[in-house]
Design a protein around this ligand. Structure first.
Ligand code: CMC
Length: 429
């Protein structure tokens, strides 16, 4: 990172602010001393022009549609590697050697079981609880079980907590699903790979043998890779902010899951599939396109648009390919939802409104169709996103804790309420 300087003139004050350059991407103006020098704050609701931290993990060029993890393009990671390799890369900064990969896989796999008493937490929830509600509660509860990995000042405990969460998230997600549908929990089977183990915990039942379909396991693994990290999005920023106070990592990840749940973020995959189902047939598409363009109608095309990507989301391209592979494997090639999705995409990509606003399909547009074909109910879609994003949250949290400049996050505000006034006793109001 290099320093340049930028002059800012504010009334009669001239302030010299350092301008910092990263390895790629836009420069940032370091406004850390602005308040001290001028008595003014900056104002940027939604953080559209604000870099909240320095990071070496993930880079997005939204105009070019590029996503890099530690410098490696997402396409190469998704097509040539596996999810645990991406986890290693995000956590340690480099791709593992064969020996490092074997050791890492082993260290994660050792932690797949959850404390037996955790199962009682699940049974305390109503059967019809949304699995994301169950995830927020049970992941937060991990800090009540794993006291030996909550001291954030100890690097060893931080790493154990990280491995525990990567390993246990599939088990917890599968338990949330099994509880939701009224089936018994299935324990992890450690001779299976990460994705296959997860599919088995979701879809096996004690009364039958379950054989993992390798095409579906590969698709699941790829979906995990595509969701692993996405720089300073809302849930990651939530994890960083929660962690900045020194909160334990399990509590921070639970905060991230809560934020992810919203339909403008991770909840969009569920909303996108619901929308495709509501549209139902290709002939109804023009009506929905018109609604999406109508300023007086709150309807939006779910799975379209992104704060950062003003081009095709690179993850959506890989997701689209995975969708076709899964539907072909399951014999659902003519799925009407896929027909609606492909036609909707075609129409939106040539429509002036969407072109002008640079609204392209995002990852959530195709992931729902794939997950539905694999047998997941829509309520599980965001849970799978949370499972995969856990490693990104942890890597970003760990980077923050290790940053010598780290301080508690404490934004300021533009106050527009009443100025100071005197209390009036109740009898005189
Ligand atoms: N359908 C129709 N119009 C849209 C859409 C859409 N999906 N998205 C944005 N617009 C319009 C919006 O009405 C606004 O128009 P105008 O300038 O005339 O007021 C303009 O495009 C800019 O929208 P914005 O809401 O200011 O943009 P944002 O950066 O604040 O929001 C977004 C980004 C992703 C929340 C938004 O595009 C959206 O709501 N999309 C649908 C939900 C979705 O698919 N979310 C998943 C995001 S990817 C996964 C993840 O990161 O979690």
């Amino acid at each position: 990172m290099t320093d340049k300087s930028g002059n800012l003139v504010l009334g009669d004050k001239k302030v010299d602010l350092p301008v910092k350059s990263g390895s790629i991407g836009p420069d940032v103006i370091d406004i850390g001393t602005l308040y001290k020098q001028t008595g003014a704050f900056t104002y940027d609701p939604g953080f559209t022009s604000t870099a909240s931290c320095e990071s070496k993990i993930t880079y997005i060029d939204g105009d070019a549609g590029i996503l890099l993890h530690r410098g490696y393009p997402i396409e190469q990671l998704a097509e040539q590697g596996d999810f645990l390799e991406t986890c290693y890369l995000l956590l340690y900064g480099e791709l593992p050697t064969a020996a490092q990969k074997k050791d890492f896989d082993h260290r994660v796999t050792m932690h797949t079981m959850v404390h037996e008493q955790m199962s009682r937490f699940f049974t305390g929830f109503r059967r019809d609880a949304h699995p994301m509600a169950v995830m927020v509660g049970t992941v937060g509860a991990l800090s009540a079980f794993y006291h030996d990995s909550t001291d954030i000042t100890d690097p060893h405990q931080r790493m154990v907590a990280s491995l525990r969460m990567i390993a246990k998230m599939p088990t917890i997600a599968a338990m949330a699903y099994k509880y939701h549908i009224g089936q018994p929990f299935v324990y992890p089977q450690n001779d299976l790979d990460y994705a296959s183990n997860f599919l088995r915990m979701c879809f096996a039942v004690p009364c039958e043998e379950y054989k993992v379909n390798p095409v579906l396991a590969r698709a699941m693994d790829r979906i995990f890779i595509l969701h692993a990290d996405h720089e300073q999005n809302a849930s990651t920023s939530t994890v960083r902010l929660a962690g900045s106070s020194g909160a334990n990592p399990f509590a921070c990840i639970a905060a991230g899951i809560a934020c992810l749940w919203g339909p403008a973020h991770g909840g969009a995959n569920e909303a996108a599939l619901n929308m495709l189902q509501e549209i139902g047939t290709v002939d109804k598409i023009p009506e929905y396109i018109a609604r999406a363009k109508d300023k007086n109608d709150p309807f939006r095309l779910m799975g379209f648009g992104h704060r950062v990507y003003k081009n095709y989301d690179p993850r959506a391209k890989i997701m689209q390919k995975t969708t076709h592979e899964v539907l072909a494997e399951l014999g659902h090639k003519d799925d009407p939802l896929l027909q609606v999705a492909m036609e909707l995409e075609k129409i939106a990509l040539t429509d002036e409104y969407f072109i002008e606003k640079k609204l392209y399909p995002n990852i959530d547009f195709y992931s729902g169709i794939t997950l539905k074909a694999m047998g997941f109910p829509t309520t599980m879609f965001t849970v799978l996103f949370a499972l995969a994003r856990t490693v990104g949250w942890i890597a970003q949290w760990a980077e923050m804790i290790e940053d010598p400049q780290q301080r508690i996050g404490r934004p300021r505000q533009l106050y527009t309420g009443e100025p100071q006034r005197d209390y009036v006793p109740l009898s005189k109001r």
